[in-house]
Design a protein around this ligand. Structure first.
Ligand code: FE2
Length: 589
């Protein structure tokens, strides 16, 4: 019997992506930025789609349906209404936003036709339904409460409902302009970081501020901005915002409220900025838990799935089960807009077409992979010097030794991860026990702001010894979506991954998900006494995570990464000519 392929697409806002379902199973998914090397690329994901099709050795003619992650007409209607309401203040932004609507955002079907030759049916799925489907339909739950929170979809900014089998119902919603996601982004802009990119930096900054509500001088001020009702619904006081009519997000009133101007990127981060970040995180968590408690009360369901960009707030996620009556929690590796491409395709397959759910997402390895022979050909064709490992044992033992010796190791194995986090396929690994490692990593490759922590990876069976996780450990921990306290007695043993408040954004790994990664961590533990590594993404600051052997090699040679363990090959930076790393000589394939 012929297989049914459904292509899910998200694009034109941020993080465009494509996902391919084969008879309801996600067989491939990737973000466009990994191919174009343009971070948060918003363009129509031609390369991601090409990868998805090639991975199954099919053409676009084999795709039965396509699904898009929003309804552009509804979104356009919201844009028009928002500009009309704010006229004439909004006129300038209105003029500057219109060309992209007419050239691409309202011409999605034409892009499918012209860019990839797809002429069949496209299902346009409401954005928060796509988020909801991308969380629930591939979760392990038969029934669950669903909560979606992001900046804004068409009109919706927060929604909740239930999932039951193949049925998804969103019961209530909060509409634009009130938006928890846009509140977080506005304060991100106020603190001098880039919107839709650096919200997680503000989250990382927050523990440096005063985390006691009664002592934080900004907590009550930020509470003035959100009118949080007893039922978890909320309204924003829009005098503190400008995003509904201007390019800038914080208003003059917000600057007045917080007692100072918008911080310029690069200016010193003072205690005041840190306290504002802490107050924002506290206010976000309070609103989130109020929503979740209300949703539990309404749905009487103990399973929760969370989606939308706010689902990336791993600090809040790690506190959900302690602060709400929910007993189980699940999220996919990419709860943001990229992940809505999976949601759109799954919604089409299970809800619109009425097929039974038959897939649970257990790991994030949905991106491109390269065979040993493909990698060997790349290395040989470019005269790159390498040594070949004897077997998997050799890879594990040698890499553990290199990490013990404080080398910064690129780790390139198997299929690339889906979602924003590196999870052991395109990672940089190093020694979590060395108190200098954070500095070394920053100096050699990452060049991050000093306040940002590095993340630990631990085998799931060791996690409870070192981390104060919920029990059983929620699966989103596998996708680095939960921050948990590190047990006090280990703070000094793993200083490189212990954040200022004693927490860690850990990744847990099970052997069936990634055998060599798991064995490597265990092997490192045999020598160091602590089976925990630093796992950070394989990229330079400001660039997307590497995808191909070429990207990985280029990244290593352009930074201070000491060596890369790529499949069966060990490539040392010192063995290869420094001046040729970006030469045209290197073949990309
Ligand atoms: Fe979204």
């Amino acid at each position: 019997m012929r297989c049914m392929y459904i292509l899910g697409v998200s694009c034109y806002y941020h993080d465009s992506a494509a996902a391919l379902l084969k008879d309801g199973v996600i067989v491939a998914a990737a973000q466009e930025e990994r191919f174009t090397r343009k971070k948060h690329d918003t363009s129509f994901p031609v390369n991601s789609i090409k990868y998805c099709l090639e991975s199954q050795k099919i053409t676009i003619n084999d795709v039965a349906y396509a699904a898009f992650y929003e309804k552009p007409i509804l979104k356009f209607e919201r844009m028009l209404s928002q500009h009309l309401q704010s006229f004439p203040r909004s006129f300038k932004t209105f003029l500057s936003s219109m060309p992209s609507w007419f050239s691409e955002k309202l011409r999605v079907a034409s892009a499918f036709r012209k860019k990839i030759g797809y002429k069949k049916d496209i299902f346009f799925i409401e954005h928060h339904l796509a988020h909801a489907a991308g969380a629930f339909l591939i979760s392990p739950f038969e029934t669950a409460a669903i909560v979606t929170i992001d900046g804004v979809g068409e009109w919706t900014t927060t929604a909740y409902g239930t999932g039951d089998g193949e049925d998804i119902r969103l019961a209530k919603e909060i509409r634009f302009p009130s938006s928890l996601g846009l509140l977080y982004s506005t304060l991100t802009a106020y603190l001098g970081f880039s919107v839709n990119n650096s919200e997680y930096k503000v989250m990382g900054l927050s523990p440096y501020g005063e985390t006691d509500k009664s002592r934080n001088p900004y907590y009550q001020k930020i509470k003035k901005v959100i009118d949080l009702k007893g039922d978890g619904s909320y309204r924003m006081d829009m005098k503190y915002f400008k995003y509904h009519y201007a390019d800038r997000m914080p208003s003059e009133k917000l600057c007045e409220l917080l007692g100072g101007p918008i911080r310029k990127s690069g200016d010193e981060l003072t205690q005041r900025h840190k306290d504002i970040a802490a107050a924002l995180q506290l206010a976000y968590e309070e609103a989130l838990f109020a929503i979740l408690r209300h949703v539990h009360n309404e749905t009487k369901c103990d399973n929760l799935v969370l989606s939308g960009g706010c689902g990336l707030n791993s600090v809040a996620n790690g506190k959900i089960l302690k602060n709400t009556p929910f007993k189980k929690f699940w999220s996919q590796p990419d709860p943001g807009d990229g992940g809505a491409s999976i949601g759109a395709a799954s919604y089409a397959y299970n809800v619109i077409l009425g097929n039974k759910r038959n897939f649970v997402l257990r790991d994030a390895y949905l991106g491109p992979g390269f065979t040993t022979e493909e990698i060997r050909r790349f290395l040989d064709a470019n005269g790159i010097k390498y040594t070949e490992f004897k077997d998997e044992d050799d890879i594990v033992r040698t890499t553990a030794r290199l990490i013990m010796e404080d080398n910064v190791v690129g780790w390139f194995h198997g299929r690339m991860e889906w979602g924003p986090r590196a999870l052991g396929a395109r990672s940089i690994l190093s020694n979590a026990c060395n108190p200098k490692m954070q500095e070394i990593l920053n100096l050699k490759v990452k060049h991050r702001e000093k306040f940002r922590p590095f993340a630990p990876v631990v085998c799931e069976d060791d996690a409870l010894k070192y981390f104060d996780c919920d029990r059983p450990i929620p699966e989103p921990t596998d996708f680095m979506l939960m921050v948990y306290p590190i047990r006090k007695e280990y703070h000094k043993a793993i200083p490189a991954v212990t954040h200022v408040d004693g927490s860690g954004r850990l990744q847990t790994i099970r052997r069936e998900q990634n055998r060599m990664y798991y064995d490597l961590i265990k092997e490192f533990g045999k020598h160091s006494g602590i089976p925990i590594l630093i796992n950070t993404s394989f990229n330079i600051r400001g660039e997307p995570i590497v995808c191909t052997p070429y990207d990985a090699y280029k990244c290593m040679m352009g930074t201070g990464i000491d060596c890369t363990v790529m499949d069966r090959f060990l490539i040392k930076r010192a063995d290869n000519p420094q001046d040729m790393w970006n030469s045209e000589k290197y073949a990309k394939d």
